[in-house]
Design a protein around this ligand. Sequence first.
Ligand code: TRP
Length: 346
Amino acid sequence: MTDQTPAPYTGSQRVLSGVQPSGALHLGNYLGALVKFARLQHEIETFIFVADLHAITAWQEPAKLADQVREIAAAYLASGLDPAKATIFPQSAVGAHAELAWVLNCVARLGWLDRMTQFKEKSGQHKERASVGLYTYPVLQAADILIYKATQVPVGEDQRQHLELTRDIAQKFNHDFGAENFFPLPEALTQGPGARVMSLRDGSAKMSKSDPSDNSRLNLLDGVDAIAQKIRKAKTDAAPLPETIHELADRPEALNLVGIYAALEDRTPAEVLVEFAGQGFGAFKPKLADLAAARLGPVGDEMRRLLGDPAEIDRVLAAGAERARAAAEPTLAEVKQLVGFWGPGR
Ligand code: TRP
């Protein structure tokens, strides 16, 4: 890595992010990712893809994978992503991601990947049985971002390290190939740990699609009855809601439900407490259930409508893939030239 600070990147600003088609989407994905994507599309040129190349780092049933991709696309559309504004596409339909990933595999160092905590978590006790793809997954993620020269990447806290790696890879590529400022150094747009949606069964664990208890999460495809029931069963404590947020510091379940309420109404937790201070969960939970059903019900309904006739989704994905290819190809051509690959007249 270089010591001198390169001149600031002057290319245009672009947002890019993706979600893996490997399990049902839930409230955490909705608030932490989908709603944010839909907001950003009005401000900056936005690329949002379905990360199917990432998904196959763990086994995915071939007969189901395409439908899993459609389900994520349906969630994007139902959450307000507009194909006229954002470019929405399946990762595997744009070959440049994988091509750039190979070049970046030769830029990234083993020592850098050895530090990735998500690989350690996901590979667990049996590292030797994990796919090689799982190991090099963060390099593919860097390629996803850099192929569009994206500058802002909305992701969860757990992806921060992958964004730092992306910056390291971009910087080393620029340096090694004498192309200062070729790749921008992208920034993670995270919302900070306080705003995370936690499990309904355990306020200290993230709401997760891999949690064995389905009652721990509100899935986007849950009907309004299931939503109400899960909130009724959500773990809480016996104390009434306090007046200030810091009094919730050692009540993670209560804090989580207040946080969810606030996020669903686009208010701050403090504002929610002004309304509910002194009330117990017997009063708060039905209000939260109504609010969650009112916000998530229509999203689930729209997803079901779209999935009922996948032709519309397929049209969006095909058109998005074409636009994404057109945006990715110039970068790939430049990379090939910088690396020195053969080309006519070169
Ligand atoms: N790794 C991300 C996740 O699991 C998904 C992802 C893949 C991604 N490529 C990306 C996110 C590029 C942002 C940018 O959540």
